[in-house]
Design a protein around this ligand. Structure first.
Ligand code: SAH
Ligand code: SF4
Length: 353
């Protein structure tokens, strides 16, 4: 089997070089070409001798993703559809912000968590992504950008539950933030989870990045109705894990709360939510539900969304309503189906910075 270099860290790359009979500096050189210069072929590695390049072509797998299609929204949000080598599809979304870009990447093809409000969840899990397939979304898209230096933020909020694919996601995150990787600031990488408690604790020990928790309900009955994971890790366990999650200076947890008409959008839901997270260093992102074919749920009116937000604001909670982007191309994170059939829903992009 060919070696998948983009899934390795620096020391693993050197170990690979040693095993292949190369000097350790060759490992570092090749890693620099891949992670820093973003090349897609050995022929672009001009300081590697031609004979060695030919030898490496036969033993190393460089490009785990094939671009199938891109779609541009009027607001310049750009959605990428990639094919994996075994034929599955994943999507990534590049979101323009005022002075930078945020990239939303996938961690699985599909998702097994079965959340009632989520297009990816309705599709089920095809398979976990490898570390190389996760990081490659960022490498591929950065290379495609006119101003690659403006890609500063990455959110793991695309297809899949990142903490259900722990080892590969951790390896990819380390390559996103390591100096000899993509060198993003750990303050600008956010992982979003539906609440896998044991892996949240592991993550807190293993790496320092931002955590977003998809809460979506403030009582167990509603949350279990929306998110089956709540039957395994109910709110008391989830909130304990959130309180214990290590936060460096002045960092906040993010709670994501999709507002769904008649389900979790009443005043009393807002009060329950405040009781649940009161006293925590946290902000709340309110996301009006994006309908999609086959979902029996609907979004509240914007009046109701702002009423819910006002309940929180008047009690001094930090909260914002996610603004709509990519409406014309179904590009909302959590809304990605990997089929590229336009769903023509009204996505609201959810990309923390
Ligand atoms: N599996 C992870 C990350 C991917 S989902 C998680 O659940 O957190 C990313 C975000 O999209 C989650 O916050 C989820 O709540 C949100 N989302 C999913 N379906 C949505 C929908 N129909 N409308 C609005 N947001 C949605
Ligand atoms: Fe999976 Fe997240 Fe969608 Fe739930 S919201 S089904 S965990 S991708």
């Amino acid at each position: 089997m060919k070696t998948d270099l983009k899934g390795l860290d620096a020391s693993q790359t050197e170990a690979w070089a040693a095993q292949s009979g190369l000097e350790p500096y060759r490992g570092r050189q090749i890693r620099h070409w891949l992670m820093n210069r973003l090349v897609r072929s050995f022929d672009e590695m001009t300081n590697i001798p031609k004979t060695l390049r030919d030898q490496l072509k036969a033993s190393v797998h460089l490009n785990p993703l094939t671009l199938v299609k891109t779609e541009n929204s009027r607001d310049t949000t750009r959605k990428y559809l990639f094919r994996l080598t075994d034929g599955h599809f994943i999507e990534s979304v590049l979101i323009p912000e005022r002075d930078h870009f945020t990239l939303c990447i996938s961690s699985q093809a599909g998702c097994a968590m079965g959340c009632r409000f989520c297009a990816t969840g309705h599709q089920g899990l095809q398979r976990n992504l490898k570390a190389s397939e996760i990081i490659e979304q960022a490498i591929w898209i950065k290379r495609d950008m006119a101003q690659p230096e403006r890609l500063t933020n990455v959110v793991l909020m695309g297809m899949g539950e990142p903490l259900a694919n722990y080892e590969a996601v951790l390896a990819a995150v380390k390559n996103l933030i390591s100096e000899d990787g993509l060198n993003l600031s750990h303050r600008r990488v956010t992982l979003s989870t539906s609440g896998l408690v044991p892996q949240m604790e592991r993550l807190g020990r293993d790496v320092t990045i931002n955590l977003a928790v998809s809460l979506n309900a403030a009582d167990d009955k509603t949350r279990s109705f929306l998110m089956p994971v709540n039957q395994t890790y109910p709110l008391n366990l989830l909130m304990d894990a959130c309180r214990r999650f290590p936060l460096p200076n002045r960092r906040m947890l993010t709670f994501e709360y999709i507002l769904i008409s008649g389900i979790n959008d009443r005043d009393r839901d807002a009060y329950n939510l405040m009781a649940l997270i009161g006293g925590m260093r946290a902000k709340i992102n309110l996301i009006p539900f994006n309908p999609f074919p086959g979902s029996e749920l609907s979004a509240p009116s914007m009046d109701r969304v702002f009423r819910f937000q006002n309940r929180l604001v008047e009690n001094h909670f930090t909260t914002m309503v996610r603004k709509s982007k990519g409406q014309d191309i179904s590009a909302a994170c959590g809304q990605l189906s990997g089929t590229f059939d336009a769903h023509h829903q009204q996505p609201v992009l959810d990309a923390s910075s």
